[in-house]
Design a protein around this ligand. Structure first.
Ligand SMILES: [Ca+2]
Ligand SMILES: [Ca+2]
Length: 132
């Protein structure tokens, strides 16, 4: 068994007054999901009602972990994973915590691509990034 990990880091702007879209935009639906590798990405949930979709591929059988950490205090992250090789088949879901809480899922994965979707439960926005 091989362990794959995708770490979704919500990065924190040094300048808390600046609210900016992240470099993965536009990625507001599964069709425009930003292709990423396992590791860390640093999206922001901005502007209001922003949703961020990512496409990550598992090369073989394994366990995939997706965690959203470093969540800003004004954001309540909802995390979905779809796949394999589907933009609509739900594979994992997490919304265990409220504002500022981390979210985490792990599951056995087959080879193929998976779609990760994160957004804020209340459709707020934040300049402070989460970490995927
Ligand atoms: Ca974003
Ligand atoms: Ca987006």
């Amino acid at each position: 068994m091989i362990l794959f990990m995708v770490l979704c880091l919500l990065s924190i702007n040094a300048d808390g007054a600046t609210r900016n879209p992240d470099s993965y935009e536009p990625n507001n639906d599964a069709q425009s999901a930003s292709t990423i590798n396992f590791g860390s990405v640093y999206p922001t949930i901005y502007p209001v009602a922003d949703a961020d979709y990512f496409n990550v591929s598992a090369p073989t059988l394994g366990t995939m972990t997706v965690q959203v950490t470093n969540v800003p205090s004004d954001i309540n992250i909802v995390l979905y994973v779809y796949g394999p090789n589907s933009t609509t088949t739900q594979r994992a879901y997490a919304n265990s915590n409220s504002n500022g809480g981390n979210e985490y899922v792990y599951f056995d994965c087959a080879p193929g691509y998976y779609i990760i979707r994160i957004y804020d439960y209340g459709n707020d926005n934040s300049n402070k990034p989460p970490s995927l």
